[in-house]
Design a protein around this ligand. Structure first.
Ligand code: AHR
Length: 495
């Protein structure tokens, strides 16, 4: 059996994780909103039509921020269509997803939902068809205390108190040719800078996220990012980056996706540091990885101009969940630079939660890694010293074991460990710098069938299991990690 060695040293800190790393995303897309979080008439719907069963699952994930309303959708969206009496709201064509938008749900309804779901709003403004002026008006509607046209209209629409939305995306994926009114880097950089000025004049407390690359495969990467950061260095706070992965038929390559995500972030760290040096600046540009997931984009089907069609409803396998876990751990391992991360998305559309019209809501396989990362990933991420066997994948030399370690504020140590090998792996763990510890939990996500999925008929087909933890108090231990498995190893520091 192959063995790996990891030494965790208490003082080798990467960074405290930002709670916003455990955020997600809801777009006006398919059945994410309509039939997802909002389904008037559903037996579980409350008086506002919000599904309580979905809210319960969102609360279980302990999601910090939820990005809204898009995504590609936002680049053609007029937020004013979604406010006021519902009977008066216009039905519009959504050019991003070629669907019909009823506008029965808008910023006021989303604010109410976020309160019930225990989440905060990361609001995106339209930088496609939208103008800097309209972005400012939306911010005024949401956050200005009162006594102006837009803030008084908010009060009239049921929200007397300001919504206090602190985190704003200045557009979405403006580097993409698919984006409604796509811009080049200089055009977007200037528009984003001017929009940011207006927004910060209206509410100086807001934090702004400007569009970086929508993936490392973009021809404009990383030049786009350099230019946008140069234009917005003085006005913006975060650079938004996105990346999705799908299986092209080689499971090992797919499991190694964390290598690619890691490189993507590293290149951007270099790019951001270059801009800082160029500006003779003091500020580090941090990243908002506000769309990440597994997405079988190549399998998306064309559809007509329908209202809330069931599109992008990927049904995730155990293998997808393992890959997903590797991506989530990469975000933790870059906690010094990545301060916000949004699992894209949250309900029905490439999501951990899936609903049936009039029926139940279930947990997809990817629900579980997010659940444990969110539950045990809050604390100080440590940089381990490792000796791990390697293999070759399409990304080059790849470790068979990928880990992320978090020192919790409750005297706990959690090691997340992904074994991508087709064989079990023995891992020797040295935790001596913590003194003596006991092992409290070993949670394992694995199974005989990597293609197994959770369905409405079999909602618990894939779920994590408990393995008996190593007994007694120790400072070193050896743990067997099953082949192709994701593990959560929990330790308690002895007092
Ligand atoms: O999350 C689905 C889509 O992926 C988003 O609308 C867009 O920003 C990205 O391309």
């Amino acid at each position: 059996m192959k063995t790996a060695k990891i030494q965790i040293v208490k003082d080798f800190e990467i960074s405290q994780t930002d709670n916003r790393l455990f955020s997600s995303f809801l777009e006006h897309l398919g059945r994410a909103i309509y039939g997802g979080i909002y389904e008037p008439g559903h037996p579980q719907a409350d008086e506002e039509g919000l599904r309580k069963d979905v809210i319960k699952l969102v609360r279980e994930l302990n999601v910090d921020y939820v990005r809204y309303p898009g995504g590609n959708f936002v680049s053609g969206y007029d937020w004013k269509d979604g406010i006021g009496p519902k009977a008066d709201r216009p039905r519009r064509l959504d050019l991003a997803w070629k669907t019909v938008e009823s506008n029965q749900f808008g910023i006021d309804e989303f604010y109410d939902w976020s309160k019930k779901a225990g989440t905060k709003i990361m609001c995106a403004v339209n930088m496609g068809t939208g103008t800097p002026k309209e972005a400012g008006q939306l911010l005024e509607y949401c956050n200005f205390p009162g006594g102006t046209y837009w803030s008084d209209l908010r009060a009239k629409n049921g929200h007397k108190d300001p919504m206090g939305i602190k985190l704003w995306c200045v557009g979405n994926e403006m580097d993409g040719s698919w984006q409604i009114c796509h811009l080049d880097a200089a055009e977007y950089g200037k528009k984003a800078r001017e929009t940011a000025k207006i927004m910060k004049w209206i509410d100086p407390s807001v934090q702004l996220v400007v569009c970086g690359s929508s993936g490392p495969a973009q021809k404009t990467f990383p030049e786009w990012d350099r230019k946008v950061m140069e234009y917005t260095y003085d006005t913006a706070d975060y650079l938004s980056i996105h990346k999705y992965y799908e299986n092209d038929g080689n499971d090992l390559d797919f499991l190694a996706s964390f290598v690619d995500m890691d490189r993507f972030i590293r290149v951007l760290e270099g790019t951001a540091d270059y801009v800082k040096a160029l500006k003779r600046g003091k500020k580090d540009f941090f990243f908002s990885f506000d769309e990440w997931n597994v997405w079988y984009q190549s399998q998306d089907q064309p559809h007509g101009w329908m209202e809330a069609p069931a599109i992008l409803e990927d049904n995730y396998s155990l293998l997808d969940a393992l890959v997903f876990a590797g991506l989530g751990m990469t975000l933790l391992n870059h906690a010094d630079r990545v301060k916000i991360a949004c699992l894209a998305q949250l309900v029905n559309v490439i999501a951990p939660i899936c609903t049936k019209k009039g029926g139940p809501a279930i947990r997809q396989t990817i629900f579980y890694p997010f659940y444990f990362l969110s539950k045990y990933g809050r604390g100080i991420v440590l940089h381990p010293v490792v000796q791990i066997p390697k293999t070759e994948t399409k990304y080059g030399e790849t470790p068979l074991l990928y880990t992320s370690t978090v020192h919790g504020h409750d005297d706990s140590v959690t090691i997340f460990a992904l074994n991508i090998s087709k064989e079990d792996l023995m891992v020797d763990i040295d935790l001596a710098s913590f003194g003596r510890l006991s092992m409290t939990e070993h949670i394992c996500l694995n199974g005989n069938d990597l293609n197994a999925k959770n369905t409405f008929e079999h909602p618990d087909c894939v779920s994590p299991r408990e393995i008996t933890p190593v007994r007694g108090e120790f400072s070193k231990c050896s743990i067997l990690l099953p082949k192709q498995s994701w593990n959560v190893l929990r330790f308690k520091i002895a007092s």
